[in-house]
Write a protein that binds this ligand. Structure first.
Ligand code: PLP
Length: 376
């Protein structure tokens, strides 16, 4: 059992031993009976440390990413923070100049309080990455494709740089998912997910995860930190994400097909200044994306001629696509990132990000066409 479609359906999915139930039970117990000297009956003691529903989710995540072990968290940010906070005080890390805004906030506002500092760099430029290394650089953080500009970095090249420097490579694989890209096979040490997105897949559950190439000291350290700091996922949320994972490969194929069609429409429309989608031959890192991804994903962003006003007119003119944050659900979501990034937005004012959903492509394209035509 090695193909991702089969792993997604079966990993962590053994029928319940007591009842034969094919859908897994949700174990809500916070505590598990043990012997008088704390002897565990089935390995569990207290929900904050580990629980059977989470075990199943971690099993499927580890299997899909080809990792040795996974840890589930209450959100993507909790997962990211737990890993970065596990770096020894005095550590430095590199992160992508285009990245999820929460990572930038962690790097600027919170990690320095713990003596961990980060530098933003163009992760697609190997020379820039090498030049930004310091003796105390302990980790390279990749996010590929990145949010919101869909920048692509070469994971095998970053892994070689990290290894030569004695640093770890971590990759936020939220946009690609393990269906399209498997960073551990390309040399990453840890993969991070916001399971809120494609893995949950229905815009109704928050979660995060780390998947480790080895069940080593790093994994043990992060697991211990999660246990003590309590950054955990509720069992019902674990169950929902597990359910989402089962259909991830099938859903992703539709997301990719629709995104490709929308990217082509946008690229040909006179109101559009630029389209950021790694599947387009015009994307600066198309060759790298074609090499390290099996398809190009369901996320894209585009920039309008006519600045912020044009972008807001298009966003406001959509009838089917919903103006909302987040991504990876069945419904197409559009967001003017600059409006939600706080006082000093990092993203261009004329950029709209799209999480391309599972609607029929003709309906989706018609919606964007009418909004773009009306905004000219
Ligand atoms: N990483 C990426 C690429 C994201 O897009 C997000 C959220 O949008 C996160 C991490 C954070 O995940 P969460 O919202 O589950 O904390």
């Amino acid at each position: 059992m090695t193909r991702i479609e089969t792993l997604a359906v079966h990993a962590g999915g053994e029928p319940d031993k007591e009842t034969g139930a094919v859908a897994p039970p949700i174990h809500l117990a916070t505590t598990f009976q043990h012997g008088p000297a704390g002897e565990r009956r089935a390995g569990y003691e207290y929900q904050r440390e580990q629980n059977p529903t989470q075990d199943r989710l971690e099993a499927v995540l580890a299997a899909m990413e080809g990792g040795a072990a996974a840890l589930a968290f209450g959100s993507g940010m909790a997962a990211m923070n737990c890993l970065l906070e596990s770096l020894p005080s005095g550590s430095h890390f590199l992160y992508p100049r285009d990245c999820y805004t929460g990572l930038r906030a962690l790097a600027n506002e919170f990690l320095p309080e713990r003596g961990v500092t980060g530098t933003a760099v163009d992760m697609g430029d190997a020379d820039a990455v090498r030049a930004a290394l310091r003796p105390e650089t302990r980790l390279l953080w990749a996010e590929t494709p990145s949010n919101p500009r869909l920048e692509v970095s070469d994971l095998a090249a970053l892994s070689a740089i990290a290894r030569a420097h004695g640093a770890l490579l971590a990759c936020d694989n939220t946009f690609a998912t393990p269906v399209l890209q498997r960073p551990l096979a390309l040399g990453a040490d840890v993969v991070m997910h916001s399971t809120t997105k494609y893995l949950g897949g229905h815009s109704d559950v928050m979660g995060g995860a780390l998947v480790f190439a080895k069940a080593d000291e790093l994994h043990a350290r992060v697991a211990h930190r999660r246990h003590v700091t309590g950054n955990i996922l509720a069992p019902f949320s674990a169950w929902l994400i597990l359910r989402g994972a089962r259909s991830l490969p099938a859903r992703l194929a539709w997301h990719c097909r629709n995104a490709r069609a929308l990217a082509d429409l946008l690229a040909a429309h006179p109101a559009v200044e630029a389209v950021h989608y790694p599947g387009l031959a015009t994307h600066p890192n198309h060759a790298v994306a074609a090499r390290q991804m099996s398809d190009f994903g369901g996320m894209l962003s585009f920039q309008l001629k006519g600045g912020r006003e044009a972008a807001l007119r298009v966003a406001g003119g959509l009838k089917l696509a919903i103006n909302a944050t987040s991504l990876g659900g069945p419904e197409t979501l559009v967001e003017h990132r600059a409006s939600v990034e706080g006082a000093n937005p990092h993203t261009a004012q004329n950029l709209l990000r799209v999480s391309v959903g599972l609607e029929h492509p003709d309906d989706l394209l018609a919606d964007f066409r009418q909004a773009l035509d009306a905004a000219r």
